[in-house]
Design a protein around this ligand. Sequence first.
Ligand code: PNS
Length: 158
Amino acid sequence: MRRVVCPGSFDPITNGHLDIIGRAARLYDEVTVAVLINVEKSSLFTVDERIEVLRTVTKDFPNVNVRKFHGLLVDFCRQNDIPAIVKGIRVVSDFDYELQMAQLNYRLSGVETLFMPTNPEYSFLSSSRVKEIARYGGDVSGLVPDLVHKLLIERLRG
Ligand code: PNS
């Protein structure tokens, strides 16, 4: 069984994330989407809300499951017998940051990191930009799954 984890905050999931998850699901037998519980960072959606959304938007991928984790990602990997992490790379600055994280994670545990180039259609996309656009009334349709679009409007514009 070839397993991989797609970790992140997913506050909220974007079409860029979904593209990476879907492509990973074609390469691996099992993909675990792992949502970080981060008490230090304020979020728009609770971890449980994010998990529910992730489960809904990945329901067409039978080999994708969604879990939450806290602490080190490599500990989560070890506990769940997952030998590799997949990360989307949008731009060169992502690579700078992700390379250090990948090397640290490998040094800590031997868990490998695979980089997947983001679909160019989404290379400018991030959860924080999506939230900012939606907060000020901009149109984020096509950038996030329809469910997320609806939830953003409800949450941000009351
Ligand atoms: O979507 P994000 O916020 O960019 O995801 C970042 C995430 C969750 C992948 C990263 O912060 C993470 O792995 N955090 C868990 C703590 C950890 O393992 N840190 C790495 C030490 S080298």
